[in-house]
Design a binder for this molecule. Structure first.
Ligand code: FEO
Ligand code: CA
Ligand code: CA
Ligand code: CA
Length: 659
């Protein structure tokens, strides 16, 4: 939804070409059947009008913010939705900045100095654009552990002085220097940081012996069915098993055995150059939008230029697993989980002991997947679990008109996944997981983001952030709105509450957007206030009580009259589909994380790309860049740029959040 003139601001939201051109039915006809069976369907607009449940007058009663909706699982005074330069948390809570871009995370790391940035300094400091946040307890503690944080991407116009000039009111960016590109590479990846709660406040343990930065230059191993395949070999790596770095790590996960998962998402923007004509990877790369060339790395490093290193893009787009117990361990790209634009990989142990990873492919009209390990989780032997992700079955979801969901296996030799169709081995299937999903007839979704299992109620929540390209004749049961600007949330119930099942049922939990505008077709409960509704669900968390918390990406003055934030969403009983605003971010930011400490006494949230935007905010009204920022959160010092940061939210006086 961004209007930003800065190209790396646009990677996720670019109004670019649709990349799934397969002819999979979008079930337009089937949904018609389903809705008419319910007596609701009179065309898309009729569906929208009927599903608006809250009148504008009801929404204006903001005093409801103080009240708890009948049956709600959440008790807190709602934050007022809006836009300004600061962040805001519900009354009675503290939102403390824990880790900012540039903060030293090693005893010998230099203090952050925005005018003296270097790649060497950045590699020892907290990286840029924190996204996924996970917590791995040390000795089972809820107050002492490792915070694992992805650094998804960089915004050079906010990071570096002197890059932007204004010419006739239009911004122009100078090309980056090699040193700036190297800083970008060091600011990507992830961070593993020991933290400890002392006197109720979280502190960074700067000399933590497990502290680590992972960057675009960290050596990694490719494992699983595609490891060593010819399509993964390059001039630098004749084995097809060694690769440097990970890029665009969006969300992720922590496995039941305590490893850190980093998902590689929008990899297309890092590659430049042109593939040689008739190159065998042409179709594969087109399906992924490679090369897109937003970043300038290919000008300095041949491996990001597909004309020079045509196989390098096949070495990205995977799920990466990091053993945090050894700061020198080599991260592993687990190819069994498929190659696409991985949002994240949240996992849960199924009844039969196998481990299930839920995976979203964040692109318009792309798919929801899950991976079920072949082996079982051994809670008493961590080492026995360390290669569980190399063997198992990858499934893609088909959401049917009757409210059932089928998980279709991506297995070479089964169904259409044959040599005749270009799948010679399982390596081909995982490298081109999207095309395999196309042939299996998977359901084309409205940008699948976080997919979160809930061990408390046995459900799975699928965040579908938006898809304004869906046409009227492309709506289907699971994607029920054309021009879906505000997204929706699907709730899956696997058969018998068994997460490893190959089928289940589903329903739409929530259609997002302003419920007071009938044409939007939102479906928040009538107990939801004018502050409580949101658009564009992205990441989410389930706390120990099984309650759902949703983080958003794309709310803005123009889109929804509010910033992004963290929203508490009831899923049970009469309060189902009631939403309340708990925390909101500064202008230009998106809300990432979120994550609850094991005792539910801390909510960790990641404020990503604050200050990236401000044109549509009346408090600023122009392009935001290093010299002229819409916010200088969180330091608010004239000599300090805006800085993405992880925030720890705790209750004043202690106690669990929102009970
Ligand atoms: Fe990086 Fe799907 O958001
Ligand atoms: Ca996001
Ligand atoms: Ca997003
Ligand atoms: Ca999550």
């Amino acid at each position: 939804m961004s209007d930003s003139p800065f190209k790396t601001s646009l990677l996720e939201e670019a109004d670019g070409p649709v990349r799934n051109l397969s002819s999979n039915a979008t079930m337009g006809e089937i949904i018609a059947t389903r809705f008419s069976r319910r007596g609701l369907m009179k065309g898309a607009l009729a569906v929208s009008a009927i599903s608006a449940t809250v009148g504008p007058v009801a929404l204006l009663t903001a005093e409801r913010a103080n009240a708890q909706a009948p049956g709600s699982a959440f008790s807190f005074k709602e934050v007022e939705a809006g836009v300004d330069a600061d962040h805001h948390v519900a009354e009675g809570y503290d939102a403390d900045v824990l880790l900012r871009w540039g903060d030293p995370i090693f005893a010998d790391a230099p203090e952050f100095d925005p005018l003296k940035q270097s790649a060497a300094a950045q590699a020892k400091q907290f990286g840029y654009n924190n996204d996924y946040v996970g917590y791995i307890p040390i000795e089972g503690s809820a107050e002492h552990g490792l915070l694992v944080v992805n650094h998804e991407y960089t915004n050079p116009h906010l990071m570096f002085p002197g890059l932007v000039t204004l010419a006739e009111g239009k911004v122009q960016m100078k090309p980056l220097t090699k040193e700036q590109v190297d800083i970008e590479m060091a600011a990507h990846g992830g961070a593993i940081v020991e933290i400890r709660k002392e006197a109720g406040k979280w502190q960074v343990v700067k000399d933590g012996k497990l502290n680590r930065r992972i960057t675009v230059n960290t050596e990694m191993e490719l494992t699983g069915p595609a490891a060593g395949h010819d399509r993964l070999k390059t001039n630098a790596d004749a084995t097809g098993t060694k690769v440097f770095g990970t890029i665009n790590n969006c969300a992720g996960g922590v496995t039941p055995w305590g490893t850190y998962i980093m998902a590689e998402e929008n990899i297309h923007g890092y590659f430049g150059g042109e593939l040689p004509a008739e190159h065998p990877e042409a179709g594969n790369y087109k399906r992924m939008g490679i090369p897109e060339g937003s970043y300038e790395w290919s000008g300095f490093y041949d491996r990001f230029d597909v004309s020079k290193e045509p196989n390098e893009p096949n070495r990205f787009g995977w799920i990466v697993e990091v053993d945090v117990n050894d700061p020198n361990s080599m991260p592993k790209k687990r190819t069994a989980l498929g190659r696409f634009k991985h949002e994240g990989a949240e996992s849960i142990v199924a009844k039969d002991g196998r481990v299930v990873f839920y995976l979203g492919d964040d692109e318009r009209f792309d798919y929801v997947y899950k991976f079920v390990t072949k082996g079982s989780f051994n809670p008493n032997d961590r080492a026995a679990n360390m290669d569980l992700l190399d063997e198992g079955t990858l499934y893609v979801a088909k959401f049917a008109e009757d409210g059932s969901v089928m998980w279709l296996p991506l297995v070479q030799g089964e169904g259409p996944l044959t040599a005749e169709n270009g799948f010679q081995s399982q390596a081909d299937v995982v490298i081109e997981a999207r095309r395999a999903g196309d042939l299996l007839g998977a359901t084309k979704m409205d940008r699948p983001e976080d997919v979160q299992p809930n061990g408390t109620n046995g459900k799975v929540y699928v965040m579908l952030t938006n898809n304004t390209k869906r046409k009227d004749d492309q709506i289907d049961a699971a994607n029920p709105r054309a021009a879906n600007a505000f997204g929706h949330i699907i709730e899956i119930s696997e058969d018998d509450g068994n997460f490893s099942a190959t089928k289940g049922t589903w329903e739409v939990l929530l259609k997002c957007g302003d419920p007071s505008v009938a044409e939007v077709g939102a479906s928040f409960s009538t107990a939801t206030t004018a502050n409580g509704w949101f658009g564009m669900p992205d990441n989410c968390a389930v706390d120990s009580a099984g309650r759902l918390w949703v983080a958003t990406d794309g709310n803005s003055p123009k889109a929804t009259g509010r910033t992004d934030g963290l929203w508490a969403v009831d899923t049970e009983g009469e309060a189902r589909a009631t939403s309340k605003l708990f925390y909101r971010v500064p202008v230009g930011a998106e809300m990432c994380g979120p994550l609850f400490a094991p005792d539910d006494e801390t909510a960790f949230v990641a404020v990503q790309h604050p200050g990236d935007g401000g044109e549509d905010w009346e408090g600023f009204g122009r392009a935001s860049y290093y010299e002229d920022l819409s916010t200088r959160w969180p330091d608010f010092k004239d000599d300090m740029p805006v800085r993405p940061a992880v925030v720890a939210i705790t209750r004043q006086g202690g106690g669990k959040i929102a009970v």
